[in-house]
Structures are given as structure tokens and as C-alpha cells.
Design a protein around this ligand. Sequence first.
Ligand code: IMP
Length: 177
Amino acid sequence: MQLQETKTLISAGEIQAKVAELAGRVDKDYYGKNPLLLCVLKGAVIFLADFMRCLTIPVEIDFMAVSSYGASTKSSGVVRILKDLESSIEGRHVLIVEDIIDTGLTLKYLVENLRSRGPATVKIVTLLDKPDRREVDIEADYCGFKIPNEFVVGYGLDYNEGYRQLPQVSVLKGSQK
Ligand code: IMP
């Protein structure tokens, strides 16, 4: 795939500083709680990897994959579980690790689904948030950056499965949104 030109929105240095700051807050809030970090594949893997290495409290990780945009930059509104958790979350403190909240449809569904499994708590940490795009009432408990309504790539986020390896968050020039 030919990569299009991109423009940096948030630099790698800014991301690293913010990730450490978020981890500091989570370290304090979850002390003694042994939280389960639930990483939503695939976009949040880079964030999870950096975030968990900044934590000093013991944590466990698990992964879920849910359907999102496919090859388009528009949300379908359809949420399907493509890969479920390996372990039970009953009585656990679950912290969902997300790359970005856009319409909020994916997370809304996910939180409701998880709540039905009897966890102690379900909270959300997201690196990015596009509040202008929200269609349902959902907020992150920990948010890295609020960004404008533009399609972004890099630091795990993709367009057509490309650009995930960029160390910064960039805007795709000529994007539809
Ligand atoms: P939502 O359900 O509309 O909140 O979107 C959730 C998912 O859509 C995210 O976890 C991303 O995988 C994807 N997504 C939303 N906005 C963007 C973007 O600007 N760039 C890349 N992926 C995005």
C-alpha cells in the first residue's frame, strides 16, 4: 500500500509525556486493586504497551476485538465481538484501554456488555477523544487528548490497516472527514 502524506497533530514526545501522566493517575486510583487492563484491538495495542510500562502497580491484561470501521472512515454503527476475553471479569476492576472515542457507539456497547458479566468496576482510559462526533452518552474516566473532528492515524490507529507504526498521531491529508 502506498502511504499518503500526513501532518503531525500530536508528536511522539507529547504522547509519551501524556501516557506517563495518565499512568500516574491510574497508579494512584487503582492501588491495591490489581486491575485488568482490557485492550481493544487493534488500535489500542501501542497505547497499552507504553501505558502499562509506566504503571508501577500490578496489572493483568486481556484483549477484545470488536468490529469498527473496516476500509472506510465512516462509522457503521454496527458492533460485533470478533474476539472475546480469555478470563472471567467477575469481581474484577476492569479498565478499558482505548485508542480513540469517536461516536462512542463501540464503547457504549462494550461497557454494557462487560457490566452484565459482574465486574466490580468498569472504567475507561482513552488516548484520544473526538467529543464533537459523539452520538451516545459516554465519557472516558481518563483521557489523553481531546482532538478536533479529523481522521487521525498513527500510534496504533490505522487507515485501511496502514500507518499504525507511526510514532506520532497524524492527520491524513485528503481524508473524507
Ligand atoms: P466509535 O465507535 O465511533 O467511537 O469508534 C471506535 C473506533 O473507531 C476506534 O476504536 C477506532 O478504531 C476507530 N476510529 C474512530 N476514529 C478514528 C480515527 O480518526 N482514525 C482511526 N480510527 C478511528
